[in-house]
Design a protein around this ligand. Structure first.
Ligand code: WT7
Length: 654
């Protein structure tokens, strides 16, 4: 880690925005001054950019920390703000979604059309008995209906829980059960890598063979036809979208809902085996989503063509596909498939075809394009691009420079945006018309956000030093809790710096001599693989659920393309070995994890070993396993119960 830090801090390239860019940018340097002068007044002003059914009079209620209430006595409707408002302002004909299917089919959906569709779906859901506060699970491919489904759910005050389509039936079931979903919205399947990848069968499986004692909460499954794959049908429960939605009325008045009304739950991995249902509420979330999308991505709704490549199954897709851009009335590209289907230039072809001006993606994607080589993007016209964004993991200076030179014609500003499922929206980032950017640094908290880098005791480390990233003041889009588990919420994020009242993000960071922030990765047992968050404990418990496994330890090892990769060390059961040959078992275990959690969680490497390094109190020393996984000399082993164990493991891994 320390050589990596030195390398980063020796980075002295600087890129200022061009004077023309700065002159036309949405955000100017005054934003920082205004926010510093009156932070709450600043957020109140941005909240007032939204349409309120009932204006708020109070900005922040922090009388019961860490449970914040923003704009608490106001009322609004999030879907109305993303849809009807733009139609009523005369922008109904503007394209909201420029959708491109993986096979090359396309749909242009205007704000008027999307509003109409969402009203119909809202009526369908109400007809199915969904009322405010009910939970609706959404398990869909990247098609316009996924966005319409989210907005219809929140329009009626219900709460969505979007589950990424790449998650397994087991993961889906756990999320449906935890939230007690009443309806599931899905599709027969969607296109991925040139084939139809089925979704409805996973829903069927999730809703069958439930464990004893689990109360079935799901009453209906609403199914979009997309893949045209064969699906089983449960009469009375399953409903085709194309039967119900067009038949429903397109009249639907958006109800006024309290500012703190729950908006959605999104599950994310933590340090334990059980994913956490992160809860976000309405007005504060939408305020920060819309504001950051406007100032960080520099969205001019009347002229930009924005493309955030994230799936709506992740927080990036919630905030920067569904809520932020639509609240701003922007036009955005949505692409269903994978970057390399049917050819490696697919993304750049889309940029050229739609004239994308603002691109927001993850370092892992950039690194995989780097690997393929510049000839592919250079065979397309990318001259429309004027802002580039990065999110999800630290971006190394090499990838940053490649992104700038090859994709951004050496002129488009890059914004490296740090945030989390929990923060709801961007927290640390350059402003593209203001900041002189540095390759590899997320730079500074955005206006209105207070962050710091502190030591274990919560003391500011000062420029030139490393420590832990904390948020020192409540912010509008902060999580309001963990679904059904307020204690875990307090303990996970607020216990560590309780005296100071800081939010502990779980990331290491360093301040350079100018006070700019450089993110250094997680300091807990959370891994980041291709910008996706995975828990070591969750994968370990999946591995030990296999009949062959006695014990397992998982680490995130650095990987050139994916940032980190999952590497597992597994001890097999004697009883299993007595009856089975171990050949092929590592591969079987990889597939097993893929089936249990989802393909993204499949370990890159599985090593079968006879022991694991443990302290005298029995804690696995992952740091030493990481040394092995990354092919380094093994570090200090003096606190191990048995100091010889690492040489045994190293020999078994070779
Ligand atoms: C974790 C949050 C934010 C949406 C996507 C991921 C890492 C995120 C950056 C960045 C360095 C980053 C952190 C964070 N992370 N953005 N720009 N530079 N690290 O959301 O799944 O909730 O993961 O992603 O480690 O804690 P998430």
């Amino acid at each position: 880690m320390s050589s990596q830090i030195d390398h980063l801090l020796n980075e002295d390239r600087r890129f200022a925005p061009s004077p023309e860019f700065a002159a036309s940018a949405i955000a100017d340097a005054d934003l920082y001054a205004r926010a510093a002068e009156d932070r709450l007044g600043f957020w109140a002003d941005h909240a007032r950019d939204l349409h309120w059914h009932t204006p708020f009079t109070e900005v922040l209620d922090w009388s019961n920390p860490p449970f914040a209430k923003w704009f608490d006595d106001g009322e609004l409707n999030v879907a109305y703000n993303c849809l009807d408002r733009h139609v009523e302002a005369g922008n109904g004909d503007r394209a909201a979604l420029l959708w491109e299917g993986e096979p090359g089919d396309e749909r242009r959906v205007t704000y008027a059309e999307l509003t109409d569709e969402v009203k119909r779906v809202a009526n369908v859901l109400e007809g199915l008995g969904v009322v405010a506060g009910d939970r609706v699970a959404i398990y869909m491919p990247m098609i316009p209906e996924a966005i319409a489904a989210m907005l219809a759910v929140v329009r009626i005050g219900a709460i969505h829980s979007v589950v990424f389509g790449g998650f397994s039936a087991d993961s889906l079931r756990a999320r449906i059960d935890d939230a007690g979903a009443k309806v599931v919205i899905t599709a027969d399947g969607g296109y991925r890598k040139g084939k139809v990848s089925a979704l409805k069968p996973a829903v069927d499986q999730a809703l069958s063979d439930r464990g004893a004692g689990v109360q079935e909460t799901v009453e209906h499954v609403l199914v979009v036809r997309r893949g045209e794959n064969e699906v089983d049908w449960t009469d009375g429960r399953d409903i085709w979208w194309h039967d119900a939605v067009p038949a429903a009325s397109a009249d639907h008045d958006a109800p006024a809902l309290p500012a703190e009304h729950p908006l959605f739950i999104l599950y994310t991995s933590g340090t334990t085996g059980k994913p956490k249902g992160i809860l976000h509420t309405s007005a504060g979330y939408l305020t920060q989503a819309a504001f950051t999308n406007r100032v960080v991505h520099d969205i001019h709704p009347e002229s930009d063509v924005y493309w955030c490549t994230a799936d709506v199954g992740w927080i990036t897709g919630h905030t920067y596909v569904t809520y932020g851009p639509l609240a701003n009335g922007a036009t955005q590209v949505i692409y269903e498939g994978t970057p390399d289907a049917p050819h490696p230039g697919r993304w750049w072809e889309i940029v050229e075809k739609y004239g994308v001006t603002v691109l927001y993606t993850a370092p892992t994607a950039i690194r995989s394009f780097m690997k393929i080589g510049r000839a592919v993007p250079q065979s397309f016209d990318l001259s429309s691009l004027r802002v580039l964004g990065s999110v999800g993991e630290p971006i190394n200076p090499e990838a940053w420079m490649w992104y700038r030179e090859i994709i951004g014609a050496d002129s488009a500003p890059i914004v490296d945006t740090w945030w989390q499922t929990e923060t709801g929206a961007i927290m640390v980032s350059a402003l593209p018309g203001v900041t002189e950017t540095k390759p590899g640094s997320a730079q500074a908290p955005i206006p209105g956000i207070s962050i710091d880098v502190v030591d274990e005791q919560g003391r500011h480390v000062g420029n030139g030093n490393g420590g832990l990233l904390v948020v020192t003041e409540p912010w509008p889009s902060m999580l309001r809790g963990i679904w059904g588990d307020p204690e875990r919420f307090v303990e996970t994020y607020w216990e560590k710096f309780r005296d100071q009242g800081f939010y502990f993000a779980g990331d290491g960071a360093r301040l350079d001599d100018d006070g700019d922030v450089w993110l250094l990765g997680r300091v807990d047992d959370v891994m980041n693989v291709s910008g996706h968050r995975l828990s070591t404990a969750e994968i370990e418990s999946s591995l030990v659920a296999h009949e062959a496994t006695a014990e397992a330890a998982v680490v995130g090892a650095s990987d050139e393309t994916t940032g980190q990769a999952v590497v597992a060390f597994v001890i097999l059961k004697e009883s299993y070995l007595a009856a089975h040959a171990p050949e092929g078992l590592a591969q079987q275990l990889r597939l097993w994890v893929g089936e249990q959690i989802g393909p993204i969680a499949r370990p890159r490497d599985i090593y079968i070993v006879s022991e694991l390094p443990k302290t005298r109190s029995g804690k696995i020393m992952r740091r030493l396993l990481r040394d092995v996984a990354e092919g380094r000399e093994v570090g200090d082993t003096t606190t191990l119960a048995d100091t010889a164990v690492m040489s045994v493991i190293s020999a078994q891994v070779k």
